[in-house]
Ligand binder design. Structure first.
Ligand code: NAD
Ligand code: IPM
Ligand code: MN
Length: 360
């Protein structure tokens, strides 16, 4: 029997609500398979913890997380704690400490998901964003000089190392090659005359190792436009931390909404645990009311299953989401339904049950 040790960080706002449904679904998968077992350890870290203890996570938090097989995270951030503290001291700290330098975000219009674009075929929205996740514009390098004075200056420095840039671009090429897809790089070399000129140069260099992968390169402003006007151009996409952050929210809107969009923070070497989370935030505007859509968290549970080598269950779970969406009866209000967060989770369990019976 394989026992997977999962660190659970529900976090803030709707984080705990959606994660509970993700866990429910993981448990259902384990119930289907005698060889699969999850052991959860909950960490009550987040903004409430900060208010009570003055820190977002335990001082030795990273040490505590180190030996888990994976981390399952809800969302971080809540009014009352400055966002740059809550995110830097928990979510970003984990991504950086554990070298989770690859952020995989599928933008795929699955069956039943509603696309706001007119005249678009479902298969035309099928992108796999690979976002640089450790450095770039979110390196945290900078300074705040002469604070509060007339000559106040702030510096926020992008950091693009050769190692960091090469490894994410190479990972994207490997993915495109494996999947037989094209690879598009998104950058901004016309204005960012050091960092993005460098990014484009590295993309050019690494591309020589992959002559069979069809490539394209766009400036980020044009890419934002083309994602709307001609989404089928984008298959596997590689981009920097900031651009990937923004474009994947845009992509989420194209592929059924932010309540459906999942992301995996991967440490490819598996030296450290990888982390799975919905890409949305803590949504304080709807927190605590049972209104949150748990499907993004459930989709990230599917990514977790893929990652630990249970791709057939990852696929089954994605199919269950499709069945629920096509059926259209049990949806949360963001998808124009009236169901609660836990009703959606319960319905997914029922669908998994019936799909697995069909398989058996
Ligand atoms: P957000 O993603 O929390 O919310 C944006 C909008 O989408 C809101 O109207 C919200 O109600 C809605 N929404 C988000 N997830 C939803 C879901 N599952 N179901 C239904 N509706 C959903 O972004 P924001 O409002 O910009 O940020 C809120 C807080 O979350 C901030 O503190 C921010 O820093 C933090 N944040 C955290 C993460 C993370 O933990 N990964 C990501 C983004 C933002
Ligand atoms: C995301 C979030 C985070 C990011 C924030 C909260 C630091 O927006 O995961 O998309 O930008 O990486
Ligand atoms: Mn984001």
């Amino acid at each position: 029997m394989s026992i997977y040790k999962i660190a659970v960080i529900p976090g803030d706002g709707i984080g705990p609500e959606v994660l509970q449904e993700g866990i429910k679904v993981l448990n259902k998968m384990a119930a289907l398979d005698a060889s699969l077992h999850f052991e959860y350890t909950y960490f009550p870290w987040g903004c409430e913890h900060y208010t009570d203890h003055g820190v977002m996570m335990d001082e030795d938090g990273i040490e505590k997380l180190k030996n888990f097989d994976a981390i399952f995270l809800g969302a971080v951030g809540y009014p009352g704690v400055p966002d740059h503290i809550s995110l830097w001291d928990l979510l970003l700290k984990i991504r950086k400490s554990f070298n989770q330098y690859i952020n995989i975000r599928p933008i795929k219009l699955i069956k039943g998901a509603v696309c706001p674009l007119k005249d678009v075929k479902r298969e035309e929205v099928d992108m796999l964003f690979i976002r640089e996740n450790n450095e770039g514009e979110y390196a945290g390098a900078g300074d705040w000089l002469y604070k509060g004075q007339e000559n106040e200056v702030v510096l926020q420095t992008g950091v693009f190392s050769r190692k960091g840039t090469e490894r994410v671009i190479r990972y994207a090429f490997e993915t495109a090659k494996r999947e037989g897809k094209s690879l598009t790089s998104i950058s901004k070399g016309n204005a960012l005359n050091y960092s993005m000129v460098f990014w484009d140069q590295i993309f050019g260099e690494v591309s020589k190792e992959y002559p069979d992968v069809k490539i394209a390169s766009y400036l980020v402003d044009a890419a934002a436009m083309l994602m709307i006007t001609d989404p089928k151009r984008f298959e596997v996409v590689v981009t920097s931390n900031l651009f990937g952050d923004i474009l994947t929210d845009l992509g989420a809107a194209l592929a059924g909404g932010i309540g459906l969009a999942a992301g995996a923070n991967i440490n490819p070497e598996k030296t450290f645990p990888s982390m799975f989370e919905p890409i949305h935030g803590s949504a304080p505007d709807i927190a605590g009311k049972g209104l949150a859509n748990p499907l993004a968290a459930i989709w990230s549970a599917s990514q977790l299953l893929d990652f630990i080598g249970y791709e057939h269950y990852g696929k089954l779970l994605l199919e269950a989401i499709e069945v629920l969406l096509v059926d259209g009866k049990v949806l949360t209000p963001d998808m124009k339904g009236t169901a609660t967060t836990s009703e959606v989770g319960d319905r997914i369990i029922e669908v998994i049950e019936s799909l697995s019976l069909k398989l058996a």
